[in-house]
Design a protein around this ligand. Structure first.
Ligand code: MF3
Ligand code: CO
Length: 256
């Protein structure tokens, strides 16, 4: 059978996806609150696994295409897919990006955020986080029935442009619900393709990765860790959004 270009979920599935997304949101916030200067990212990964299982869920990323961590922990110039390590110690002023997937009752919630550890907050780092967070919300605002994927991409990309940040092109947002990665792709930049038209019942992950410097990245020899080529810092925020007949619903906006 031909691969579908998008999935429309019914009310029953949406109820399940909503629960998984809320668990992912709660886990993400609890994990972020657990971050302490001086701990290793391996320690944080262990705490994260405990938090996810404590909510009745399973860490979606574990063993996904062989991924060895329970969540992704990406520090400073690591853009995405950082694996918790005993050798990576979180330091004052570090940008720590956590990407958290939770599988609950057969549905998947996926969301990410960047925080600054400790008390040292460089102005440019604070702005990087603010702009990347805003870009997700600009994308959500465009996630309306009748619009195209391209409208989300444009809203995200324009937010980065106004702040002169590098937009990572190798990794994109995606559909999500029963599988972690479902069609369609949701790029953070505009190309010649306008993508599929948005319809009520579609669930999309919008996840810009913005860099202080170049948008160019490389993957380390562990085949996972993605870093900026110039070593400058990167931020990553992600929300899961449901397209409706009216306003978009951010499924990973914490309601509890
Ligand atoms: N949120 C990321 C994504 O949507 C997480 C995938 S990491 C992996 O692509 F390890 F699971 F691959
Ligand atoms: Co994702």
């Amino acid at each position: 059978m031909r691969k579908p270009r998008y999935i429309i979920y019914d009310d029953n599935a949406i109820a399940g996806i909503r629960k998984a997304a809320q668990a992912a949101a709660l886990a993400k916030h609890k994990i972020a609150e657990s971050i302490e200067v001086g701990m290793s990212t391996a320690q944080l990964d262990t705490i994260a696994g405990d938090i996810i299982r404590g909510l009745g869920g399973y860490p979606t990323f574990l063993n996904y295409h062989g991924y060895p961590g329970q969540i992704c922990i990406s520090v400073n110039d690591v853009v995405v897919h950082g694996i918790g390590s005993p050798d990576v110690i979180i330091c004052d002023g570090d940008i720590v990006s956590i990407d958290v997937g939770v599988t609950l009752d057969g549905y998947v919630g996926d969301n990410a955020m960047s925080v600054i550890a400790g008390n040292t907050r460089l102005d440019e780092d604070v702005e990087l986080l603010d702009v990347t967070r805003k870009a997700v919300l600009a994308g959500v605002e465009a996630a309306r029935a009748g619009n195209f994927i391209k409208d989300i991409s444009a809203a995200v990309e324009n937010t980065a442009k106004s702040a002169k940040l590098g937009v990572v092109r190798e990794y994109v947002g995606h559909g999500c619900g029963v599988e972690l990665h479902e069609p369609p792709e949701v790029p953070n930049f505009v190309s010649r393709e306008r993508g599929t038209v948005l319809r009520a019942g579609m669930v999309l992950c919008i996840e810009p990765m913005f860099n202080l410097g170049t948008n160019k990245v490389f993957t380390e020899s562990d085949n996972w860790t993605v870093r900026t080529r110039d070593g400058k810092k990167s931020a990553h925020f992600e929300h899961m959004v449901l397209i409706t007949q009216t306003d978009p619903e951010i499924l990973t906006w914490l309601k509890m």
